[in-house]
Unconditional design. Structure first.
Length: 122
C-alpha cells in the first residue's frame, strides 16, 4: 500500500510538472509568434494612444459621413476588408480593432462607445 501511494504521488508530480512545462512552453511560443507576426504583417492603419493603450484604427478615403465598421465579439477589423474597400469608393470608412483584438492592446476595462469619436478623428 505504501509503494502504491509513492507511485501515485510521483505520477501526480510528473503530470503536474508536464502540465506546467507545457503551459510555459506554449506561452513562450505564443509571445514569440505574435512578435514575429507583427514584424511580418504590420498594422494597415494607425495605432492611436487612447488613455495609455494603443488602439488600432484603419480609415480609408475622405468625405462625409464617416462610416464606422464594428465587428462582433472575437474578430478583428481585417474581417471587414472587402466591405471596407467597396465603401471607401463613396465615403470615408473606418474599421477598428476592439481592445485586445487584432492590433489593439488589451485593456482592463472596455471603452464606452462615446470614445469611438476619438478613433475616427485620426
Amino acid at each position: 500500500m505504501v509503494l502504491l501511494r509513492k507511485i501515485f504521488k510521483w505520477l501526480l508530480v510528473g503530470l503536474a510538472s508536464f502540465l506546467i512545462i507545457t503551459a510555459i512552453g506554449g506561452r513562450i511560443y505564443q509571445v514569440t509568434s505574435e512578435s514575429r507576426d507583427l514584424e511580418k504583417f504590420p498594422a494597415p492603419g494607425k495605432l492611436v494612444d487612447l488613455d495609455g493603450h494603443l488602439m488600432h484604427i484603419h480609415c480609408r478615403d475622405q468625405g462625409s459621413p464617416t462610416v464606422v465598421l464594428e465587428l462582433g465579439i472575437g474578430s478583428s477589423s481585417a474581417a471587414w476588408d472587402e466591405i471596407h474597400q467597396q465603401l471607401a469608393l463613396v465615403t470615408r470608412v473606418c474599421a477598428y480593432d476592439r481592445a485586445g483584438l487584432g492590433y489593439s492592446e488589451p485593456v482592463a476595462h472596455p471603452s464606452p462607445p462615446m470614445w469611438l469619436s476619438a478613433y475616427t478623428n485620426c
